[in-house]
Design a protein around this ligand. Structure first.
Ligand code: GUN
Ligand code: FE
Length: 427
């Protein structure tokens, strides 16, 4: 039992949607990668554990960002005066094309990885660029820091500028060599198949990627029904399919035996939602992005009611803020507005519901991640919220809520991924 460790403090997590489990002044015990359990006092059988006492601090699961674009990190806060399709053309494709240059990529990706560490995003599902070399460099950097991630080399072979487009066969071949180079290379980082979205991928490409997903048992990520102009365009491109989701489904890129996460999902039809529920397609809800590039407000509680798995996401740089705590707050705000303006049948989402989505909800895409239940991988943040204390006595729930709304990265004092403490990256 030499690997047995415990953190002591105010342990908070959400074993189910909307339900906190709080162990005040308690212990979370882990052995190697995995959680053993949470306890009010240290059980005799674990008395050999090496205990770190965090006093009155909060101990919470690490945050999971279910969708973001690493090469767009340097574009945060820029160019959010356009809707999606213009935004891609004017700001995003030119920026991503720079990652052909490995020196540029190295500097930019070091900044990106540092920021994920800083904000306590212990797991993320990441789009890189078309380029294998810089995408593998990004994975090496994340691995070195100890972060967990699924990272995709992006595919696009139509409707793109000539400086940022691939030949169909070459795109499939590059993807296969990317998978082979990375699938067994790291402990907590894996490749994910990443067709950018239907408008930039031919049927032939999507079919080839669907085959690779099955051949290598690799997961899939893409974008779905994000913005009105995009949804109209997909209808024109694929009149043979009855929905946008149906295009991915046709090419074997929509859940079922290939675990899939789709970003945004703002404008899905009832038929699409049925397919998402049946195939257990995850939604990466990205409210900052949906606000910035005028996409809309996703029907998150409706997804959950219908049995569709949901996690939260920054969608850097459609979204401008790396902090998943901030994404929880803005998710609450947009859900309030959806209830007021769009659909009073689904009540707003509250903090423990959104905290669940930012931890265990998104974590389920990885497996047993995002909770302190026995057998989960031990991903954790230690939060010192003493700078937020004020004239009132506060419950643990209230302290967590205040950290989410008014705290920031300075309140995070330790980070763990799969049982390992992450030191500050020094590149
Ligand atoms: N759809 C296709 N590509 C992108 C992207 O980079 N960002 C967002 N928000 N949507 C997309
Ligand atoms: Fe995106």
């Amino acid at each position: 039992m030499s690997n047995l460790k415990a953190l002591k403090g105010n342990v908070v997590f959400t074993p189910s949607f909307g339900e906190y489990k709080i162990v005040k002044n308690g212990y979370v015990v882990f052995e190697g990668k995995n959680v053993v359990g949470t306890f009010e006092s240290l059980p005799e059988e674990y008395s050999a554990a090496e205990v770190v006492d965090h006093g009155d601090k909060l101990i919470i699961p690490g945050f999971v960002d279910l969708h973001l674009h690493a090469p767009q990190f340097a574009n945060r806060g820029l160019g959010i005066d356009k809707e999606l399709l213009e935004w891609l053309k004017v700001y995003t494709f030119p920026e991503e094309s720079k990652y052909q240059d490995i020196d540029f990529a190295k500097k930019a990706y070091q900044n990106f990885v540092y920021e994920l560490w800083k904000h306590g995003t212990t797991r993320s599902v990441v789009f890189a660029t078309l380029h294998n070399e810089s995408t593998i460099l990004l994975m090496d950097l994340m691995d070195k820091v100890g972060l967990g991630a699924l990272v995709g080399k992006v595919n696009m072979d139509r409707n793109c500028p000539d400086f940022y487009i691939e030949d169909t066969q070459k795109s499939i071949e590059d993807t296969e060599s990317f998978i082979k180079a990375t699938i067994d290379k790291y402990e907590n980082i894996k490749p994910i198949i990443t067709p950018r979205f239907v408008p930039t991928c031919t049927g032939e490409l999507m079919e080839g990627l669907g085959e690779l997903a099955r051949k290598y048992s690799v997961k899939v990520q893409s974008h779905l029904s994000e913005n009105r102009g995009e949804v109209e365009w997909v209808k024109e491109l694929h009149p043979e399919c009855s929905s946008y989701a149906g295009v991915y489904e046709k090419y074997g890129l929509f859940g079922g035996d290939v675990p899939t996460v789709m970003a945004h999902c703002v404008w899905n039809t009832a038929e699409e939602m049925e397919l998402m529920a049946k195939n257990k397609v995850f939604v990466a809800h990205s409210p900052y992005s949906n606000l910035n590039i005028s996409s809309g407000i996703a029907p998150v509680r409706e997804f959950i009611t219908k049995g569709i798995p949901v996690g939260l996401a920054t969608d850097i740089s459609g979204g401008h803020d790396v902090s998943m705590a901030s994404v929880i707050a803005v998710s609450a705000q947009v859900s309030n507005m959806r209830w007021v303006y769009v659909d009073e049948n689904y009540k707003p989402l509250n903090t423990p519901e959104l905290f669940y989505l930012a931890t265990k909800g998104g974590g389920e895409f990885f497996g047993k991640v995002g909770s302190f239940e026995s057998g989960y991988e031990f991903d954790a943040l230690v939060i010192d919220d003493s700078s937020l204390a004020d004239v009132n006595e506060r419950s643990i729930e209230e302290r967590l809520q205040r950290y989410i709304y008014i705290g920031d990265d300075r309140n995070i004092v330790e980070r763990y991924v799969a049982g390992v403490k992450l030191e500050e990256p020094k590149f």
